[in-house]
Design a protein around this ligand. Structure first.
Ligand SMILES: Cc1cc2nc3c(=O)[nH]c(=O)nc-3n(C[C@H](O)[C@H](O)[C@H](O)COP(=O)(O)OP(=O)(O)OC[C@H]3O[C@@H](n4cnc5c(N)ncnc54)[C@H](O)[C@@H]3O)c2cc1C
Ligand code: FES
Length: 506
């Protein structure tokens, strides 16, 4: 059995209070209901409340414990390498709007921090995308050229404070980093009061547009003129966002580092081999965060290896010896690189969504809050057309065809997994697909020998879930829903838990 280092919890969550607000208990009427309390939902709620609207934020778990509570929390418009591609694929004007909206989001965060004196370790930093090998320099140079042409604060550098040499990097000045959960808990606290509410442990099960619209939760109905669904991937299937994006999971390890040896700034490598690097204040010193090992959710079983490779990188490159934390999370990647922010479908006038932040939601979640609040307040927003959630979707791009074909393969092919295995064949510490009374069952035998058996059929659209060994969870390879070994929903778009199976054959 692999023993991983570090407490398996996000540092942002471990260093802040867990439960902050009560569940919903009664019926309620507000101007705007917001489903999901991550950075997108809480930013929208803050701006709408400031504009005089009453809001109700409804969260199925705790505030900012979804993807936003597990991020690396760099607030930057340097999104690895994107601007040269955007100019080529969409043209200079659309690329400029993308750049402008993300820069505006950094300023929005900085303004909130300043106006409300939010103690969230916010600091201005330079951001770098670096290439270690000379053969990759052309990509870096093209990105610098594109970013400068779009008016971004970009330059080419060969020297950084990383403790290893690089071939070259794109550098963006005046970007930022923060403690994301301290920031979001502060926004949340200010949403409460004067007819506005925030509910935790309240799961939304359906939304019906009307006058007013109805948000049906497991605790009662919230009625609202407008509804914003910011559940990372919308829990509503109507907009087909599950087919316009795919879920990417990625890992982070965190180790105390001698401040004299710590890099200054925020760094990310290129391509899928990337490592994402930053530090954060910790225990009077600094904590080094190293992220990477991204893959489509539900397609890698031996996820312990992802952590081990990150540990090895942190030890060999930064000389750290012990790890305080490790965690992982996922985000929806949009096929055309742009987020989906706006109306759920062309036929909806009062239901809005925000998704497809492609692992850069500290800015895109913030700008989605700015954009959606403008739409609801009837104000013009210069980014609305670019991000329009109802825009024609590139179903025919190479990546989208591959990802959607993969979904079809999983939907059909995974039904043949575990046909000949029984509960008795599951070893201690193992998660495995087995067949019980002709039913496909996801079974995990814990270290004490107890079997945890649940239906293997995802409650979203019926794909078969796969085991994730490091997180001890069942992850759906189709659209990224995740469930605990006892079947509880850990991550949407699924709303319902996996059915429990009586492990009579164990
Ligand atoms: C490993 C990793 C590192 C990252 N690092 C960065 C970074 O450095 N900088 C950056 O800009 N971006 C980063 N990102 C991306 C960024 O973290 C996300 O884009 C962003 O946090 C998404 O915010 P959100 O509000 O859409 O989703 P979430 O934060 O997941 O919020 C959605 C909320 O909805 C709730 N919910 C779900 N279903 C229901 C329901 N039925 N009823 C009620 N509530 C529900 C969930 O519990 C959750 O709290 C990273 C992503 C990953 C995977
Ligand atoms: S997440 Fe869509 S079928 Fe499982």
């Amino acid at each position: 059995m692999v023993i991983l280092s570090g407490t398996p919890v996000s540092y942002w969550i471990d260093s802040t209070p867990e439960n902050n607000f009560s569940p919903f208990v009664d019926n309620l009427l507000v101007d705007v209901a917001i489903v999901g309390a991550g950075i997108a939902g809480l930013t929208a709620a803050t701006l709408l409340k400031r504009a005089g609207k009453t809001v109700a934020v409804i969260e199925s778990k705790q505030i900012a414990t979804g993807t936003s509570g597990h991020t690396t929390a760099k607030v930057t418009s340097l999104h690895q390498l994107i601007y040269a591609d955007l100019i080529e694929q969409l043209g200079k004007e659309k690329a400029r709007i993308y750049a402008e909206s993300n820069q505006a989001a950094i300023d929005r965060v900085a303004q909130f921090v300043e106006e409300e004196r939010i103690e969230c370790d916010f600091s201005r930093q330079s951001a770098y995308t670096f290439a270690e090998f000379p053969e990759d320099l052309k990509k870096i140079e093209a990105e610098v050229e594109a970013a400068i042409a779009l008016g971004l604060p970009a330059s080419f550098v060969k020297e950084t404070s990383l403790p290893f040499s690089i071939a070259g990097a794109v550098k963006f000045d005046n970007q930022a980093q923060f403690h994301v959960r301290k920031y979001l808990l502060h926004l949340a606290k200010n949403i409460l009061g004067n007819g506005s509410y925030l509910f935790e442990e309240t799961r939304v099960e359906a939304v019906e547009e009307g006058n007013p619209s109805q948000v049906k939760t497991n605790k009662g109905v919230v009625r609202a003129q407008d509804v914003i669904v910011t559940t990372n991937l919308p829990i509503l299937n109507e907009g087909l966002f599950f087919a316009k994006t795919y879920p990417k999971r990625s890992y982070i390890v965190a180790a105390p580092i001698d401040p004299a040896k710590a890099p200054e700034g925020m760094f990310i490598g290129i391509d899928n081999r990337y490592r994402s690097i930053r530090t954060t204040p910790y225990d009077g010193g600094l904590l080094l965060l190293v992220g990477g090992e991204g893959h489509k959710t539900g397609t890698v079983e031996d996820t312990e290896k992802c952590y081990l490779r990150l540990e090895e990188y942190a030890r060999s490159r930064f000389g750290v010896d012990s790890f305080a934390y490790r965690w992982s999370t996922q985000d929806m990647v949009s096929f055309d690189k742009l987020p989906y922010i706006g109306k759920l479908t062309p036929f909806n006038n009062h239901i809005y969504v925000a998704t497809g932040f492609s692992l850069w939601g500290m800015t895109k979640g913030t700008l989605s809050g700015m954009l959606l609040s403008d739409l609801i307040l009837g104000r013009n927003n210069p980014w609305a057309d670019l991000c329009d959630a109802t825009r024609a979707t590139p179903f025919v791009s190479q990546t989208s065809i591959k990802e959607n074909a993969d979904v079809a393969v999983h939907w059909l092919g995974d039904r043949f997994k575990g046909l000949t295995s029984s509960l008795a064949s599951v070893s201690q510490g193992e998660g495995k697909l087995v067949t019980v009374d002709g039913k496909k069952v996801a079974a995990y035998r814990d270290e004490g020998g107890t079997i945890h058996a649940v239906s293997a059929t995802c409650t979203h659209l019926g794909c078969i879930v796969n085991w994730n060994s490091a997180e001890k969870s069942w992850d759906c390879p189709c659209h990224g829903a995740r469930f605990s070994c006892d079947g509880e929903v850990l991550h949407g778009p699924a709303i319902d838990n996996l059915e429990k199976i009586n492990p009579k054959q164990s």
